[in-house]
Design a protein around this ligand. Structure first.
Ligand code: NAI
Length: 252
């Protein structure tokens, strides 16, 4: 039988959408959570809400995950607030609609830096903490667009496909340290990031119809699998990407 995980989990992008749902699911398992987000007020408010709903220790921290120089101070403050850190979810993410013909270096770097570059650098910064926490686990939130091309967002697709490469590489290096590394590839999920697309005429219907389940996913439907991958129930799963899309890719 799987033993219960008790260590705390850092969730980047934890103040909104999928990241918030991951933090909530982890807290519902009785684990402490740290919400790291670009928006400090929202990070603190979300941490307070989750603490009052679940009774676990929480911590909210404003951080830009592209600013690697800020990682160590954030880790120290997190350890002080919630104790042992045995998990990371990198859910902070961004998208820019710049197809070929519209691409510029700043737009490309912006998306790659948040979605991809921050991920292994965060794992590296947390390595000592994760190594000291038995059964530690890391989850990157990728996308089905790691697998299928979307002509409007090449940087986003590259960042998410790159994340799967980083997952495989890090899972190899970190397995001897008892740290597992996996990714989740969500399909269409009802979050603030997707809201502008869903507001356009016909798009909600189109995205819903892409799934044989005929609907868009809820953030909790990513949060729960993330909590599973973070916990000891997934103790022999590493280097994998789990597609959670209501079957979209099954029928493409
Ligand atoms: P969201 O916009 O609701 O949440 C993203 C969070 O990341 C926000 O709280 C934002 O402040 C934070 N963030 C952005 N840049 C940051 C930075 N530089 N440093 C720290 N925090 C930063 O979006 P959503 O939908 O919850 O997205 C979460 C992840 O899931 C993203 O990586 C996204 O690419 C991925 N995803 C979302 C899908 C969807 O349909 N909503 C589908 C597939 C993947």
């Amino acid at each position: 039988m799987a033993t219960k995980s008790t260590s705390g989990v850092v969730v980047t992008g934890g103040a909104s959408g999928i990241g918030r749902a991951c933090a909530q699911a982890v807290a519902e398992q009785g684990r402490a959570v740290a919400i790291w987000d670009l928006d400090p007020a929202k990070a603190e408010a979300t941490a307070a809400e989750i603490a009052s709903e679940t009774g676990v220790a929480t911590f909210g921290r404003g951080i830009d995950v592209t600013r690697t120089a800020d990682f160590d101070a954030a880790i120290d403050a997190t350890r002080e607030a919630i104790g042992e850190i045995g998990g990371l979810v990198h859910a902070a993410g961004t998208v820019r609609a710049q197809s070929i013909g519209q691409l510029d270096e700043a737009g490309w770097d912006f998306v790659l830096n948040v979605n991809l570059r921050a991920f292994p650098l965060l794992v590296q910064a947390l390595h000592a903490d994760l190594k000291a926490s038995p059964g530690a686990s890391v989850v990157g939130i990728a996308s089905i667009e790691a697998w299928v091309g979307n002509e409007a967002i090449p940087a986003y697709c590259a960042s998410k496909a790159g994340m799967l490469g980083a997952v495989r590489s890090m899972s190899h290096r970190l397995a001897p340290d008892d740290i597992r590394v996996n990714a989740i590839c969500p399909g269409f999920i009802e979050t603030p990031m997707l809201a502008p697309s869903l507001a356009a005429p016909g798009v909600r219907e189109e995205f819903s119809a892409a799934s044989p389940m005929g609907r868009i996913g809820r953030p909790s439907e990513i949060g729960e699998p993330a909590a599973f991958l973070l916990g000891n129930a997934a103790s022999f799963i590493t280097g994998q990407s789990l597609i959670v899309d209501g079957g979209v890719l099954a029928i493409v």
